[in-house]
Design a protein around this ligand. Sequence first.
Ligand SMILES: Cc1cc2nc3c(=O)[nH]c(=O)nc-3n(C[C@H](O)[C@H](O)[C@H](O)COP(=O)(O)OP(=O)(O)OC[C@H]3O[C@@H](n4cnc5c(N)ncnc54)[C@H](O)[C@@H]3O)c2cc1C
Length: 418
Amino acid sequence: MHDRAVGRGPRVVVVGAGFAGLAVVTGLRRTRARVLLIDRHPYHTFQPLLYQVATAGLNPGDVAFPARTLVRRGGRADFRQGRLTAVDWAARQVELADHGRVAYDYLVLAFGATTNYLGVAGAEQHGLPIYTLDDALAVRRRMFGSLERASAFGSDHGELTVVVVGGGATGIEMAGTLAELRAATLARDYPRLDAARARVVLVERRDHLLAGFPERLRRYALSALARRGVEVRLGESVARVGATEVVLGSGAVIPAGLVVWAAGVGADPLAGRLGCPQGPGGRICVGPDLRLADEPAVFVAGDLAAALGPDGAPLPQLAQPAIQMGRHIAAQIARLSQGGTTEPFRYRDRGIMATIGRRAAVAELSGGLQLTGTVAWVAWLGLHLVTLLGTRNRLSVLLNWAWRYLAWRRGSRVIVGG
Ligand SMILES: Cc1cc2nc3c(=O)[nH]c(=O)nc-3n(C[C@H](O)[C@H](O)[C@H](O)COP(=O)(O)OP(=O)(O)OC[C@H]3O[C@@H](n4cnc5c(N)ncnc54)[C@H](O)[C@@H]3O)c2cc1C
């Protein structure tokens, strides 16, 4: 399909300042496109490190980057804070919650996914996700609030127990870090508490952790968690989450002061309200070039897009697919603007990794090479540091990590808003 706005710099509206949206903005930097980035927050969130904010290893500002600074580097790009509520397909305009309307020649939908509570009773009411910065701060507040209360008034077993639901990368990172927090600082900072009574329980409905990782790496992760004292319950599903307990499908009841819900992501209900065709997990179906079949001026990227990998299966909802989709879309918009046609998207697998804690991580690189332990952990630290946006953020994270891992201390334990 050829562009209707050839020669006059198309108006490109990008909804979502996540990995995918930013890759679009960056990719269009040297073109004539007039880009408007829209996000409900005035900042980009680096989700892979949210669990470290939740466990007070990092400060909120370390994993957020101002959207306006980003667009300033993006040539003709501009930023508008706003929450997308609808798209007027006929008029080619997006509608925002503040009643603003913005016209586009090309639209990129990249507003990500959201927490999936899997229909479990009480999960949304009592479980805390770690999907946004606010979520991470809520976990942090609840956790340190409980510790302070227990220190002042005493506690039963439940108050000091954290149940993490979901044995994917986020779940194991959260559980591993909590176990390390308990070992490194609980006894020292809360001498009135019995650290041995603070349990970290990880519940996973599959019979293994880290779906998508090779068997050897899954076994490594399991033993690394066990070594840290995490009670891993495999093959157990959560039937109900209450205010003070988690009830498993087997009927077992785990008293809990905090339930971290890391059992997966689902489509934002907005995806359905827009009327786009939805595929697996509610993600929006796209053509090979990442456009909507009925709206050739509209691209979908990142977690929101049901793009297919080389094996025909939907791509994992991870940063690399989002970044690569964003870059591809920028290139296609540039091609269309110059009167060309689109090319199909091809994903290049760069590997996967997850960390369990200090000097313990797993990684599978693109050639199939598997790493565990300190080597994988150093690779994990390096990759996250490089991918993080902003020199100030990188320096701050590096300093916090150096303090935490070398001196084996926490960089910050702030109960924000508590
Ligand atoms: C806790 C956690 C840990 C993770 N760890 C890893 C990891 O280690 N490695 C890895 O590769 N991936 C990881 N991921 C997944 C990775 O972060 C996502 O795959 C990636 O962020 C997807 O990018 P995206 O641009 O599609 O969406 P997002 O990064 O989610 O960005 C979506 C943006 O859209 C905005 N938005 C949402 N709704 C609206 C609306 N209605 N209007 C306007 N703006 C809106 C949001 O504010 C957000 O800025 C993790 C995810 C989470 C939640």
